[in-house]
Every structure is written in C-alpha cells, then in structure tokens.
Design a protein around this ligand. Sequence first.
Ligand SMILES: [Zn+2]
Ligand SMILES: [Zn+2]
Length: 336
Amino acid sequence: MRELAFIGKGHLEWREANEPRLQGGGEALVRPLAVATCDIDRLVVAGLVPVADPFPFGHEGVAQVTDVGDDVASVRPGDLVSVPFQISCGKCETCRRGHTGNCERVERMATYGLPIGTNYGGFLSDIARVPFADAMLVPIPGDVDAAAVASLSDNIPDAWRTVAPHLEERPRAPVLIAASGASIGLYAVSIALALGAERVDLVGGNSFLRERAEALGANLLEREFPKRLGPYPITVDATADVKGLACALRSTEPEGVCTSIGIYFADTTPVPLLEMYTKGIRFHTGRVHARPTMEPLLELIRAGKFKPELVTGETAAWEDAPEAVAGHRSKLVISR
Ligand SMILES: [Zn+2]
Ligand SMILES: [Zn+2]
C-alpha cells in the first residue's frame, strides 16, 4: 500500500509500505478518508522538532472501517469512524481512569503518525490498523461531515480539556487564551463560548489566527504577550513560547486554573513559581487524553454549538498531500 512519509525538513513523499493485517480478534482495519494536520506537524515540517528518521505521517483523521476481527462488537465494515491518535486498550486501570494517553498495555506514548516508539503507521495511508477497535473507534453519525471532524482525533480534544472541565466547575467564567499561530487555541475559543464562558479573551497569535479568533467570537487583546492580564479564573497557554506561558500563569487568579498544551523542548523552562505559589493556582501540563472527550465533543458539534470547520484554514486533495503538507501554514484537511 501507499503511505505519506516525512523525509526531512519541508520534504514528504508517497512511498510503498507493508499493508497492515489484523493481528487479533479485537482489531480493525480502517481506510482514512479525511486527515488533518496536528499543530505539531507544522513544527515537524519546519524542521523545529528533532526527528531522526523518515516516518509515516498523519495522526488526526476520520476513516472507513474495512475489516474487523471476530471479537469486535461496536463497528462493522463500511462504518465511518474517528480514530484517536493514541493507542489505548480502554480496559486497564489507567484507561478506566480516563488516562488513555498512558494506557498500560502499550508502550508509553504509543501514537499514530509520529516518530515515537513502535510504528503504528500514519493516517495519510491506504490502511491503518486499530489494535483495540471497541475501545478506540468512535462512530461518526451520518449528519456530521467527515472533513469537519478530522481533528477529533487529537487537537479538538486537546482544546476541550483546557476549558470544558473548568467551565463545569465555574460556569460562565471568563477565559484567557494565550495563543500562537495554530489551531488548538482557536478550537478552545469556540468550545469555551459553546460551553457558556461569558467572554473569551485572546492574546498573541499571528494575523490569520487573530482574524479567525475574532470571527469565532473571541475578544482580541494585544499581539505581544504582556507580563500580566486579568486576572482570570481559567487561563490557557496554547503557545510554545515562554512569554505566552508566563503571561497565562501570571494572569491566573488566586485558586484559578491554567492549562498548557505547549510542548517545550528545552530541558528546563522558566515559570513564575513564586507568584503561582502565593496565589495558589492549579497548573496542568501534559498530553491530552483524547479518547474520553470524543463523544461529548460530537454532541456539541451535532447540536450546532461548535463548528470545527470554521478553524480549517486550508484543504487539499489526497493526491496533493506531499506538497500541501510541506507548504501548510494553518489547519490543513486532506480528503478523498
Ligand atoms: Zn497531534
Ligand atoms: Zn489501557
């Protein structure tokens, strides 16, 4: 079969790969139909993420089930499904606590389409293997457009966890989002407003992101990150910029909560720990646990309250994936 491989900075190409086969009764094979770039993909393509060897690309997508093992009960060939980017069994204690990104039955950080440990293939391929079909796959209802929810595998859940649990705790609370030029901050704007935040203020971002954020209903603050804003009960660091992180942390009110989705590759990153201590804020950093958020997100989308397609900046045909991915500057969705 054919898969898209990341070769090196700014360079991707189609290559032949072994077609995955079912390796157990609980597995499924799927054919990806709509694949989105993750925010980290743009950094990978730009050569800003250390990558040693070529790897199969793409880890957000909607696919059609083509084959299932005898023990699979939840999906059948022909079904349209979202495939979470993290491999998880759904049954171990960690999965049952909702921490599906750290499933005990697979190696740590087991993921599609990223050069981490075992190669599970990427979604820009003819076939992908799903090791725990019943636990992982989420059927996409007929009234939902596949391209619109291509990011339901990863970036949309990543945005959800920054605001949804905290707005449940503090209904209607205002939210501050420090953002850089990618999609998660935009999804967070939309989800926070859909869940009843009285206001979402956005600081930072390039002109594309700021324009989109305003169209989605955000209140735009300055482009540069100031030392402090607010304070706000809920803040989000959707940057990978130490100034954005510090701004979000210092803008969190006493006993407030700050979530960082940024990946800081440096060994140490400065944080204003004294201010965090004296105010008593909750700070969370870590990978999203995508799988448990996917059904509530689909409900929000079906109710018309959250329109993820409004975040998509670019689209491309499947055949054009190598050039489209190499040149993408915003959320890209590739379909066939
Ligand atoms: Zn990702
Ligand atoms: Zn597990």
